[in-house]
Design a protein around this ligand. Structure first.
Ligand code: URA
Length: 205
């Protein structure tokens, strides 16, 4: 069994939170283990709870379109949420629920090792870029330990506030260039290392 499958089993058997008693299905996440980009939303909604899959309702349909807009299919990325169980009536996740689920998200990141983490909405952003305001940092990226963190509005925001649709679409279109630049920087660092070693050797001679 793969590490990801093992993790899915653990998540599906997890009852750390009261809300686990109310769920139809846990929603661990889906996509390829080789994904360069990981999208992290907030929490499963009604459709996700029914199917055990992330982002399959109307916000999910918009996310699928956004992913296609950068020339990718859902199967080529990884999609998950901050918490893996639907909160009743789609209320906001509680701090304790976020804390209980945090090791699962950390393990997913550890297994997949994405080059870029795209946070969807403020709960996801808050985990990686605490204390920031989404209206200020959406569409911008920060690099930490070689990983690029890119904040976006949640796709559901466009369903409630139509004017955000084009903002979300144009933020998404920034992703390919940012990822290319990150890869270029990482390659440059790799090329520089052997050269540095050679230089050190020359100095010794
Ligand atoms: N909203 C989310 O944050 N995640 C989903 O999976 C669906 C809707």
């Amino acid at each position: 069994m793969s590490a990801l499958d093992e993790l899915y089993q653990t998540i599906c058997n997890c009852h750390k939170c009261e809300i686990s008693k109310l769920r139809t299905k846990a929603v661990p996440g889906e996509g390829t283990e080789k994904a360069e980009i990981m999208f992290i939303g907030e929490a499963p909604g009604w459709h996700e709870d029914q199917q055990g899959r992330p982002f399959v309702g109307s916000a999910g349909q918009f996310l699928t379109q956004l992913i296609r807009s950068i020339g990718l299919e859902r199967e080529q990325v990884y999609i998950t949420n901050v918490i893996k169980t639907r909160p009743p009536d789609n209320r906001d996740p509680l701090p304790q629920e976020i804390a209980n689920c945090k090791p699962y998200l950390e393990r997913q990141i550890d297994i997949i090792k994405p080059k870029m983490i795209v946070t969807l909405g403020r709960y996801s952003m808050g985990m990686f870029m605490p204390g920031k305001s989404i209206s200020q940092i959406h569409g911008t990226a920060v690099k930490k330990d070689g990983v690029l963190y890119f904040a976006m509005y949640h796709p559901a925001a466009a369903l409630h506030q139509g004017s955000l649709r084009s903002v979300i679409q144009s933020d998404m279109l920034k992703i390919p260039a940012l990822l290319d630049e990150l890869k270029r920087q990482n390659e440059t660092i790799q090329v520089q290392e052997p050269q540095k070693a050679e230089f050190e050797q020359l100095k010794l001679l």
